[in-house]
Design a binder for this molecule. Structure first.
Ligand code: GRF
Length: 215
């Protein structure tokens, strides 16, 4: 069977895109990156993708008079590249319900919080201000509401007493780079079943036990 063709949408440095690319570089990985697409012409991740020999494209939001036109151009670029699944990886545009519907259950996103806590921007600072003891990241199926949708993978990290937003973000980012390839692998292997608001992963044993911070 062929490998699942993935389009990665970025707006920035692209470290999650690079983690996905690293995973896809393994010969037995069930997915490949067919296109890295950015809405920002000078996004740092574009150079990272090119260095890896990945195909890149820019669909500059500023070049389009409407969101519908912008999304139609992205849609065309993705379909021309044969993309079957989209991974949002630091993509800073909100996709319309129309676009999400056209790629129903075929768009993943990664967010640096334990959703549904702290959706949206300034995630790490808000988690610190709320005083949570565990933070983390979430890979989920995209629905029209931002940072909403059935959850595929989460990882938790401790919040330390001397954390600031940067140190917490760095601890979470390391987990993001593990979670996103795992979620992509399960999607590409066809193990993911969406059951209402929940995701079931076929053939993966459930983890048990508690995680406490502080111990
Ligand atoms: C990550 O923290 C991701 O969870 C969020 O935006 C950031 C993107 O970082 N959606 P990078 O561009 O993947 O390095």
């Amino acid at each position: 069977m062929g490998r699942l063709k993935v389009g990665v949408l970025i707006s920035g440095r692209g470290s999650n895109m690079a983690a996905l690319a690293e995973a896809c570089a393994a010969p037995d990985f069930p997915a490949e990156i067919a296109l890295v697409l950015s809405d920002i012409p000078d996004a740092g991740g574009l150079a990272v993708a090119s260095e890896r020999g990945l195909a890149t494209a820019v669909v500059d939001r500023k070049a389009y008079g409407s969101k519908a036109g912008f999304e139609a151009a992205m849609d065309a670029a993705l379909r021309n590249a044969g993309v079957e699944l989209i991974c949002l990886a630091g993509f800073m545009r909100v996709l319309s319900a129309d676009f999400v519907g056209r790629w129903q259950d075929r768009i993943l996103n990664i967010h640096p919080s334990l959703l549904p806590a702290f959706p949206g921007l300034d995630t790490h600072a808000r988690a610190l201000a709320a005083g949570v003891k565990l933070a983390g990241c979430t890979v989920h199926i995209v629905r029209p509401v931002v940072d909403d949708g059935p959850i595929l993978v989460q990882a938790a990290v401790p919040v330390l007493d001397d954390d600031d937003a940067a140190s917490l973000a760095a601890r979470i980012l390391a987990e993001e780079h593990r979670c996103y390839p795992l979620a992509l692998r399960w999607m590409a292997e066809g193990r993911v079943r969406i059951d209402g608001g929940r995701v079931r992963i076929d053939g993966v044993p459930a983890a048990a036990g508690a995680l406490r911070n502080p111990l």
